[in-house]
Design a binder for this molecule. Structure first.
Ligand code: SAM
Length: 232
């Protein structure tokens, strides 16, 4: 949600792991309430659980579901993890909206001119620093040369990796994944150099300011304490 993605824009996660980001996006697009496909919830065992009220709320929420034309692409390198993503996409009931593929992100092809790339690359627990930096550098190269015209958001807990991407983010947010301090980095991808963009008269500064105000307002609304962690 922080990325500002909207369902009319194709979404790509070419390091999707078990599929959290694509599944969440599909649920948002079709207005499917989280947990819809769960058979039961722990709170149903509470002494004061009101079954009638729960049924009513559930029915009202299900009435809001829409058929979505959203295009979501999810790719994963590890075959075992990829099978888990298929299973998760199917059990969330969003298989019509999520196109899954298995392979290296460098080989991932798409036909979208304007897309949102939202990825959560490995942080490095299982990788040597050198390999991690190479992976992030390849990621930066790929974004620069194959995704011009798109927006990318990278969520990472690796400062070395973030540096190795080699692109300057126009938005940065400090977030926590459990106790681990992470960064959500936003990039407007374009061909050539930034200075050439100014020459083409594209008012990026104004749009960046608006984007920061939008995100700040959203965070303040959600959680005042959380917004203290933002820096732009
Ligand atoms: C931090 S995990 C992503 C977690 C994911 N958001 C989820 O919901 O499970 C990073 C993923 O990137 C995958 N990956 C690593 N190198 C890759 C590559 N070269 N191409 C595609 N995926 C890769 C890993 O297998 C791993 O599943």
């Amino acid at each position: 949600m922080l990325s500002g993605w909207e369902p009319h824009i194709p979404l790509i996660d070419f390091m999707c792991g078990s599929g959290t980001i694509p599944i969440e996006a599909a649920l948002i697009a079709a207005k499917i309430p989280p947990g819809t496909f769960r058979k039961s919830f722990a709170f149903e065992k509470w002494l004061d659980f009101d079954e009638e009220l729960f049924k009513l709320i559930r029915e009202k929420q299900l009435e809001r579901i829409v058929e979505s034309e959203v295009k979501i692409y999810a790719n994963e390198l590890n075959r075992y993890v990829f099978l888990k993503a298929i299973e998760n996409v199917e059990s969330a009931g969003v298989e019509d909206m999520v196109k899954l593929s298995c392979g290296d992100f460098r080989d991932f092809e798409h036909e979208e001119k304007r897309a949102f790339i939202v990825i959560n690359p490995p942080y490095g627990e299982k990788l040597e620093v050198d390999d991690l930096e190479k992976l992030y550098a390849a990621l930066g190269e790929r974004l620069k040369h194959h995704y011009a015209g798109c927006k990318a958001w990278i969520f990472t807990g690796s400062p070395e990796g973030a540096k190795a991407i080699g692109l300057r983010p126009n938005r940065k947010m400090k977030l926590f994944n459990g106790p681990l301090e992470c960064r959500l980095l936003g990039y407007d991808l374009f061909e050539g150099k930034k200075s050439e963009r100014y020459l083409k008269n594209q008012p990026i500064e104004e749009s960046q300011k608006k984007e920061r105000v939008r995100i700040l307002k959203m965070l303040l609304k959600k959680n005042k304490f959380f917004s203290l962690f933002i820096f732009c």
